[in-house]
Design a protein around this ligand. Structure first.
Ligand code: FAD
Length: 349
């Protein structure tokens, strides 16, 4: 086993743009590599993606394994899996991490099966067990009611996928350099098997939910689709994004892409407003990484208050418009009637 060395992070890119989860994993991977007193490497696959190598170093990798070929321009399981498997067999990393995106979920399964090693999907925590060097892979199980810590004792690499936004974004060090290793893979003409005809980019705002800095989320307590207008107004004043609990999505008040939680999106905003949301564990796992949580609920015993930074006990139909009005007053730079600088009465607020 000792011949397996180093922590690898799969750098996911589409059209030369890297998925932010890859940087988050380099941050987490740095800690793991330091604990193992080993190297951190990024493995980058694509067509004409060499310009991304310096970015991978900047986010903390000591090395980049680069595989470039026209067949890798668009993601397809077969050539990506074979290339990654070849690189792993050649350089034998101890740990291989991927983002739990649709691409990462697909690729990790194919690679783990081909290598005959263990894979834990959707981890929320990673750590090194000092005595054994095993990777402790923690993920929610049984609908989020149990946290399971899984080990891969006898096979290498130890593979895990991690959801976007679970790990914090590391800082980027401009000009930080490392080593570049090109891996040569020869592809057969018919290897890809699937053909990409068109890539359609979804222009839906909710696609960016996991990057939103301010989120106003509503739950069953909001009561109706119409009532979401109050939340929308608050979000508008704050420049934030709407979101929902599963109960609100199941009621049809917001589309499924807006769902936060275990079976929805994991978010990590600066401020998360939880309005009419009880705070079920399956919801909490998707938003507890927020810097500040503001809960509005008419039940003082709602579990959400246990993790809220600020809690307001009350009916959201009164609290939310009051918050909106107050934020509008303090944040709105547009001079309103009587509030223009120099205008009469401008000193009154
Ligand atoms: C396998 C599995 C996966 C799941 N995945 C997810 C997931 O990804 N995301 C998710 O959210 N859930 C998920 N759930 C569901 C989860 O268990 C809860 O059922 C759900 O989160 C509850 O949503 P809620 O908080 O909006 O509703 P409720 O639990 O019904 O809470 C509504 C809250 O609104 C308050 N309220 C009512 N009226 C008002 C008012 N006028 N003003 C202020 N407050 C008011 C109530 O006091 C209550 O606390 C999952 C469940 C399972 C089993």
């Amino acid at each position: 086993m000792s011949k397996f060395q180093g922590v690898w992070v799969f750098i996911e890119q589409l059209a030369g743009e890297v998925a932010p989860v890859s940087w988050e994993l380099l941050g987490a991977g740095r800690t793991l590599a330091d604990n193992l007193e080993g190297e951190l490497a990024g493995v980058l696959l694509g067509h004409e993606v060499k310009h991304l190598v310096s970015e991978v170093w900047a986010y903390g990798a000591d090395k980049v394994y680069l595989i470039e070929d026209p067949v890798l321009q668009f993601y397809r399981t077969a050539p990506y899996a074979r290339a990654l498997v070849q690189a792993v067999k050649e350089y034998q990393p101890e740990i291989l991490l991927l983002g739990a995106t649709s691409l990462g979920r697909d690729l990790s399964g194919a690679v783990a099966t081909a290598l005959g090693t263990g894979l834990t999907a959707d981890c929320t925590g990673l750590a090194i067990q000092p005595e054994t060097r095993f990777l402790e892979q923690t993920r929610p199980a049984f609908g989020g009611n149990v946290m399971a810590t899984i080990l891969c004792r006898r096979h290498r690499p130890q593979m895990a996928t991690v959801r976007p936004r679970v790990m914090p974004m590391p800082s980027r060090r401009e000009g930080r350099r490392g080593e570049l290793v090109r891996v040569d893979v020869t592809f057969d003409a018919d290897e890809a098997r699937a053909e990409v005809i068109e890539i359609i980019t979804e222009k839906n705002k909710a696609v960016y939910l996991d990057r939103a800095e301010i989120i106003v989320a509503g739950g069953r307590g909001v009561g109706s689709k119409e009532n979401f207008a109050l939340l929308e107004e608050l979000a508008g004043v704050l420049g934030g994004t709407l979101a929902a609990s599963r109960a609100a999505v199941e009621a049809g008040w917001l589309p499924p892409e807006y769902q936060v939680g275990q079976t929805g999106v994991t978010v990590r905003p600066k401020i998360y407003f939880a309005i009419g949301i009880s705070g079920a564990i399956q919801h909490l796992v998707g938003m507890q990484g927020a810097d500040v949580i503001v809960a509005v609920n008419n039940d003082p015993d709602a579990p959400i208050f246990k993790i809220a930074t600020y809690g307001i006990v009350g009916d959201f139909r009164e609290v939310v418009p009051a918050l909106t009005a107050e934020f509008r007053l303090r944040l709105d730079p547009a001079p309103g009637p009587g509030r223009a600088p120099g205008a009469e009465g401008s000193g009154s607020y």
